[in-house]
Design a protein around this ligand. Structure first.
Ligand SMILES: [Zn+2]
Ligand SMILES: [Zn+2]
Ligand SMILES: [Zn+2]
Length: 225
């Protein structure tokens, strides 16, 4: 059963409103007493630093190609991230480092745009290496499957993807018309003409056999005869 937050006792330090864990103190104040002997000890490393101060100590500007490399924590895609400062009304959250540096220099990023790394290095936070582009442009500029396919000008057999030789399959995927027609022809031959190429069909059972009785519509014989 979760205890009611209104009745749970709070930390005995006057300015603190966290729940107690031991000796009428919250976790933070209890740990301070345990380690330093007083709940009011604040080590220099815990002194408040602004977001800019914390940001720049995580950046290495000595890369030969001008990249500003993020040397702190990164997400699974390789983009650097940092915790925004928390305030009493708003908890801290993870923000992407390259978006932050771009916003400091160029202002807000429009909602329809996303940032493209011109240097192809996701850990770079140099605002000069970033450009706000649409999602489509970002995909086509990259090195992924979509971009690789979009850069092709000829089909695997060397036919040009020009205006007349290109079919859009499902409205998006390009298909070579010459190859498509050749495929169709080959499938037609496989499906309809291969049976006639068999040596003989005499060994096959006929699909339909006539029934054992015979229907003679006009064979009614009158009882008088
Ligand atoms: Zn406390
Ligand atoms: Zn760069
Ligand atoms: Zn082709």
């Amino acid at each position: 059963m979760p205890s009611d937050s209104t009745t749970r006792p709070r930390c005995s330090i006057p300015s603190c409103c966290k729940f107690i864990v031991a000796h009428k103190l919250c976790v933070m104040h209890y740990e301070r007493v345990r380690k330093h002997g007083s709940p009011y000890v604040v080590l220099p490393s815990y002194v408040f630093r602004t977001l800019e101060e914390r940001f720049w100590e995580k950046v290495d500007k000595h890369s030969p190609n001008g990249c500003w490399l993020w040397i702190a924590s990164k997400d699974t895609y390789g983009y650097g991230h940092i915790t925004s400062g928390s305030s009493p009304d708003k908890p801290g959250r993870l923000i992407l480092a390259h978006r932050l540096s771009y916003q400091w220099v160029h202002g807000e990023i429009p909602e329809s745009l996303e940032l493209d790394h011109l240097c192809r290095n996701r850990a770079c936070v140099n605002p000069d290496h970033l450009e706000a582009v649409t999602h489509r442009d970002n995909c086509l500029r990259g090195t992924g499957m979509t971009a690789t396919a979009a850069k092709k000008t000829h089909c695997p057999l060397g036919h040009s993807y020009d205006l007349y030789n290109t079919i859009l399959e499902s409205g998006r995927k390009r298909r070579c018309r010459l190859c498509r027609n050749a495929d169709k022809k080959r499938r037609y031959h496989q499906r309809y003409l291969s049976h006639s190429a068999l040596p003989s069909t005499a060994h096959r059972q006929p699909k339909y056999t006539s029934p054992p009785w015979t229907i003679t519509p006009f064979s009614f014989v009158s009882p008088g005869k």
